[in-house]
Ligand binder design. Structure first.
Ligand code: SAM
Ligand code: DTB
Ligand code: SF4
Length: 353
């Protein structure tokens, strides 16, 4: 039984903001050390050229954006980036690839080597590589993966207005596969894509109703990137981010709430309210995957002003030590491709630069 019904989540979301903020701060203090923030560094290990049609994403090959595309990075480059991230206070490295799903083979083996190398540096290793099968998740776990990020992005019904090449159920199945491998789950979504409050509440309900809810929930504000179908979306107000953080904190009291994309649009005071409302994780560095992020010195100044401290690695879970048997290497992959027409996506895919 989920702790909160959808109706209750709606009621929480719609409270007067000042009341919501107070309640969320109380929940936060009673479940977490409220001064600690888990800091992750994102590293785009394979950038752009993605076959999917996610309407928000600058890395989708079919839209015409100005990002610099890159093939899969070498293990050495990743290891050097991890060392630098650790020296800058990150406890986790999150490696992202512009893939629809993981495919067994040379490139995946290279990612497994990256996971092994970063794990040896005593950092939490996270990957976000698209959809994964149970065997692939187990291989990642055996290599030392700590967490896997795979977002629901929105409610099931709004999701269908944004993406047509991959199904919502595949997302849930991927999260299930990650769970079966004993890897920590990081799953959340994006606000500001044109969804309503109901979609945000439904997404939180789906996450909270999972048998084991995610250990980490990223809340991204849409970064509207020129050339993507969502380029003209108005950026969300800080109040909406604060409201979403506070609601998430109450609905998922144990979960790490990650203040993710969109921080460059927020001033220090707005971010401070997010920390007060229960956000206890950020992505650091001056770049997310392809778009800008505040950068380490700005974050350090904010942490100093607020008395926040960086969380040490492996405070919430054991260092990975898995030895899963990989049973069937010829596992059949049956990810769906709904293929309905999303007119905005079609229009932008056909545009010239
Ligand atoms: N390709 C993999 C996948 O889709 O699962 C991993 C990388 S993908 C870029 C990771 C997440 O970044 C997406 O699920 C989405 O939530 C977020 N994201 C992508 N573009 C964004 C944007 N413009 N603004 C905010 N969040 C974004
Ligand atoms: C997540 O929820 N947000 C991060 C991480 N997981 C991979 C990615 C945000 C990407 C924002 C757009 C970009 O920089 O390309
Ligand atoms: Fe590809 Fe992931 Fe971007 Fe979708 S969100 S286009 S799957 S990189």
């Amino acid at each position: 039984m989920p702790a909160y019904s959808l109706k209750e989540i709606r009621a929480i979301y719609n409270k007067p903001l000042i009341t919501l903020l107070h309640e969320a701060a109380e929940v936060h203090r009673s479940h977490h050390n409220h001064r600690e923030v888990q800091v992750s560094t994102l590293l785009s290990i394979k950038t752009g050229g993605c076959p999917e049609d996610c309407g928000y994403c600058p890395q989708a090959a079919r839209y015409h954006t100005d990002i610099e595309k890159n093939d899969l990075m070498s293990v050495e480059v990743v290891e050097a980036a991890a060392r630098e991230a650790k020296a800058n206070g990150s406890s986790r490295l999150c490696m992202g690839a512009a893939w629809r799903n993981v495919r067994d083979g040379k490139e995946f083996d290279q990612v497994l080597e990256m996971v092994e190398a970063v794990n040896k540096l005593d950092m939490e290793v996270c990957c976000t590589l698209g959809m994964v099968t149970e065997n692939q998740a187990k291989k990642l776990a055996n290599a030392g993966l700590y967490a896997y990020n795979h977002n629901l992005d929105s409610s099931e019904s709004f999701y269908q207005e944004i993406i047509s090449t991959r199904g919502f159920q595949d997302r849930l199945d991927t999260i299930d596969n990650v769970r079966k491998a004993g890897v920590s789950v990081c799953s959340g979504g994006i606000i500001g894509m044109g969804e309503g409050a109901e979609d945000r509440c439904q997404m939180l309900y789906t996450l909270a109703a999972m048998e084991t809810p995610p250990e980490s929930l990223p809340i991204n504000a849409l970064v509207p990137v020129e050339g993507t179908p969502l380029e003209k979306q108005e950026t969300v107000s800080s109040w909406e981010m604060i409201r979403m953080v506070a609601t998430s904190r109450i609905v998922l009291p144990e979960t790490q709430i990650r203040l993710s994309a969109g921080r460059t649009e927020m001033n220090d005071e707005a971010q401070a309210l997010c920390f007060l409302a229960g956000a206890n994780s950020i992505f650091s560095g001056d770049k997310l995957l392809t778009t800008p992020n505040p950068g380490e010195s700005a974050d350090q100044r904010l942490f100093d002003a607020l008395g926040l401290v960086n969380k040490e690695p492996f405070q919430d879970g054991e260092r990975p030590d898995h030895d899963h048997e990989i049973e069937d290497l010829s596992e059949k992959v049956k990810w769906s491709r709904p293929g309905h027409v999303i007119s905005g996506n079609v229009e932008y895919a056909g545009r010239k630069k």
